[in-house]
Design a protein around this ligand. Structure first.
Ligand code: FES
Ligand code: FES
Length: 162
């Protein structure tokens, strides 16, 4: 039995400690937003956040997530289904084509912007260096990350004024 927190909720389920976390999420919890590309730590399609930091869930073993907190792409939209500002910015800036890399890109972006809403180009490139996209070229993705940072900053300003 493994206990952890997933998208804000306490979870406990039967899983071997050596099971891959991507399988636990997709097959055990039905969270199929996490995608499997290479299966060996090279493409970043399977990125999730572990205690707020991006990790490749294809390389992470279930035994390592006990009592820790995971965020998947399903956990970042609001409860009413409204997209997260990062997701909106990706759509608005044309940074999504086939969408296979997008959940991982969005989560790596979230980890970056949680630390710094106005990253420099090099910081964005560094943060996304583990996430490969075969479709869009990275220009639009970088633009989307910048736009998302602006929107998040605007949201926090508004909350500060309220
Ligand atoms: S599927 Fe995990 S890094 Fe490619
Ligand atoms: S949008 Fe297709 S791989 Fe990135």
């Amino acid at each position: 039995m493994i206990r952890f927190k997933c998208n804000g909720k306490a979870v406990q389920l039967e899983a071997e400690p050596e099971a891959r976390v991507i399988d636990v999420l997709r097959d055990g919890l039905g969270l199929t937003g996490t995608k499997e590309g290479c299966g060996r730590g090279e493409c970043g399609a399977c990125t999730i956040l572990l205690d707020g930091k991006p990790v490749n869930s294809c390389l992470l073993l279930a035994g390592k997530i006990a009592d820790r907190e995971i965020t998947t792409i399903e956990g970042i939209a609001s409860e009413d289904g409204a997209l997260h500002p990062i997701q909106e910015a990706f759509l608005d800036k044309g940074a999504v084509q086939c969408g296979f890399c997008t959940p991982g890109m969005v989560l790596s972006t979230k980890a970056l912007l949680d630390e710094n809403e106005t990253p420099e180009l090099e910081e964005i490139e560094e943060a996304l260096s583990g996430n490969l996209c075969r479709c869009t070229g990275y220009g639009k993705i970088v633009e989307a990350v910048r736009e998302a940072g602006q929107r998040l900053m605007h949201e926090s300003d508004q909350q500060g004024d309220a």
